[in-house]
Design a protein around this ligand. Structure first.
Ligand SMILES: [Ca+2]
Length: 464
């Protein structure tokens, strides 16, 4: 504003910023990988039924190559909700617990919306457990128990964690039992009904995180023998000798009481899919309520998962690795007031650190200077537009950081310890042939290392 000499109006308290008459709905799920069986050419169409998420994708842009910034619950959520990478913050692990609302001068995303005048509403796991500072929310509800829901027995022994699965009992009339996830949907609907003005609503669903439990009426959905593709033959080959041990080691396993491992893998996989279909149903109830309240045209919706999950792929169960199964996630952005590319799929690699600047851009809010991602607006307008590379990272142990970068067909995982991984995802979608030792790919590696430097992840003097 230009000061006008001689103007002597008394100083006023600055008015609270007026938010645009638009709402933000952030739907955050747990451990939901993309359907790579389709990408790997093993089946023709996805067998997983997600009609509501498919409908959302038709009213927005689905990002097929979206990466978790660090494929583990707590650090993924911190990086996404602060727009800051672990290479900057040092938060790589679940034990890097964090309870500040503002970090590197960046208010966390809900707080930013609150500061801009939006009513902030939340339920469930938005941040990792323990991070519930109620002051960022105008209203927040958490449901810890699944009372009245009969679940399969947890096979946990000592410190070991196991993936297990099975149906839980439905309500008496076959309706949804009152799980924490269904209660959260109900709570969101009530909060939207009573919201007086623009809101930022975040719901953190537990599914499809293990245990893979689902309503028993989904018990015949998907056939473990018919619908689950076999693991690629390459599983048995020498891929493991070409990569650092930290690239595949894991602490989770399939329930040890399951003696037929292949049968167990198939059953666990369909159980995982059934939990996806059940969470799709929750998303449907939520979006139906948005519609019934007449809010669809002014509510932007983002659906994402904190990271994916390996169900036996690369001989492992779990997340926290930079393979596609673990690092790539579901990510759909629906912006009713930007219709040009609705229904299109974007193949450009992006990562969740781009979410914060995107929302600042879409809502016309000032982006904090320290944010590390870029607004996805160019891709929401034209999914073919050029875009910076996607970045993800892990830190198995201090000093062993691994940085992933992908811009197109090649994916480099740069290890501080020296043995890198380079995959051609067009020729080797399953990531079983590490090309990094092949002199033919020297320039590809150099180009990707430079991308990591350009993005500020590696220092200028970091070697290839
Ligand atoms: Ca998670």
């Amino acid at each position: 504003m230009i000061a006008i000499a001689g103007c002597s109006e008394p100083a006023k308290t600055p008015a609270a910023p007026q938010p645009p008459d638009r709402n933000m709905l952030l739907i955050y799920v747990e451990d939901m990988g993309v359907d790579l069986t389709v990408d790997m050419g093993q089946v023709d169409v996805s067998p997983i039924q997600t009609p509501n998420l498919d409908g959302l994708a038709k009213r927005g842009v689905h990002f097929r190559n979206a990466y978790s910034p660090v494929p583990l619950c707590n650090p993924a959520r911190l990086a996404t909700l602060f727009g800051l990478r672990p290479s900057t913050t040092g938060a790589f692990l679940n034990r890097h617990s964090f309870r500040e609302n503002t970090w590197f001068d960046v208010p966390c995303l809900p707080l930013k919306f609150k500061q801009e005048g939006f009513r902030t509403l939340g339920t469930g796991k938005i941040f990792h457990k323990g991070f519930v500072d109620r002051s960022i929310w105008d209203q927040y509800q958490r449901f810890r128990s699944d009372e009245g829901v009969e679940q399969p027995e947890d096979p946990r022994e000592g410190g070991r964690r196991y993936v297990f699965y099975g149906p839980y009992e439905n309500g008496p009339d076959g309706s949804l039992a009152q799980t924490a996830d269904t209660k959260q949907t109900n709570a969101c609907i009530e909060m939207m009904k009573s919201a007086d003005g623009p809101f930022f609503l975040a719901v953190g669903y537990h599914a499809p995180h293990s245990p893979y439990v689902y309503p028993e009426r989904f018990g015949n959905l998907y056939d473990p023998d018919r619908d689950v593709p076999p693991l690629p033959d390459a599983e048995a080959s020498e891929w493991k000798t070409q990569v650092p041990e930290a690239a595949w080691e894991c602490i989770l396993d399939l329930d040890p009481k399951i003696t037929d491992r292949e049968k167990g893998r198939r059953e666990a996989t369909v159980a995982y899919w059934r939990t996806m279909t059940s969470i799709d149903e929750e998303v449907g109830r939520l979006l139906d309520a948005v519609e019934e309240l007449g809010l669809t045209e002014k509510t932007a919706v983002v659906f994402l998962s904190d990271h994916g999950f390996s169900n036996g792929h690369h001989d492992r169960w779990g997340k926290d690795k930079l393979y596609e199964w673990s690092a790539r996630t579901w990510f759909t952005v629906s912006v009713p007031w930007m219709e040009a590319a609705h229904g299109q799929v974007c193949n450009r690699p992006i990562d969740h650190v781009d979410l914060y600047p995107t929302l600042m851009d879409l809502f016309g809010l000032s982006a904090p200077a320290a944010l590390e991602g870029d607004s996805l607006r160019p891709l929401l307008e034209d999914p073919q537009a050029p875009f910076k590379p996607a970045i993800a990272m892990t830190e198995p142990d201090p000093g062993t950081e691994a940085y992933m970068v992908r811009k197109d067909r090649y994916k480099l995982i740069y290890w501080e310890t020296g043995t890198h991984q380079l995959y051609d995802l067009v020729e080797d979608a399953g990531e079983y042939r590490n090309l990094s030792a092949d002199p033919q790919y020297e320039s590809v590696i150099a180009e990707h290392v430079q991308m990591l430097r350009d993005e500020g992840v590696l220092s200028e003097d970091a070697g290839p």
